[in-house]
Design a protein around this ligand. Sequence first.
Ligand SMILES: Cc1ncc(COP(=O)(O)O)c(C=O)c1O
Length: 151
Amino acid sequence: MEFRSDTFTLPTPKMRNAMFSAQVGDDVFQEDVSINALQEFSAQLFGFEAALFCPSGTMTNQIAINVHTRPGDEVICEEGSHVYFYEGGGIAKNSGCQVRLIAGDRGRITAQQILPCINPINAIRTFPATFTEHQRNTPSRVDHPFVFQKR
Ligand SMILES: Cc1ncc(COP(=O)(O)O)c(C=O)c1O
C-alpha cells in the first residue's frame, strides 16, 4: 500500500481478476449489474434512498458542489483543498461560484475560522450565499467532515 495518495497503489492481481470477471452492462440503461449492486449497497450502508456511483473523485466533488450551490454562491475552502487547488477551476467553470479561501493547519480548518467567513443573508443578496466545503485534503492526508452548509 502507498499512502501518499489514493492514486499511487496499483491494483493487485486479485483486484484485476475481480474487474475482469465482473458482470457489466450499460449503466445509462441501469443494466450494469455490478454498479447497481454497489449503489444499492452504498445507499443501504449510509441510510439513503439511493446512491450514485461516480467513477472519479474530481467528478464526485464537482457534482457535490453543483447540487449544493447556485451560480453566484460562495464556497469556503481550505487553501490547499483538492476541490480548489487540483480541479482546474471547476467550481467556477461547472457551478459559477466564487471561492473564499482559509489557510489551514496541514489542511485542517476549524469552525472558529469558518464562522466569520459565512456571509449574512440579506434580502437584496448583496453578499453571495455561503457554502462550506470541508473535505479530505490530499497533501495532508487528513479527513474532514462537511461542517456547515447554508443558503
Ligand atoms: C479529496 C480528493 N478529491 C479528488 C481527488 C481526485 O480523484 P480522481 O483522480 O479520481 O479524479 C483526489 C485524489 O487524490 C482526492 O484526494
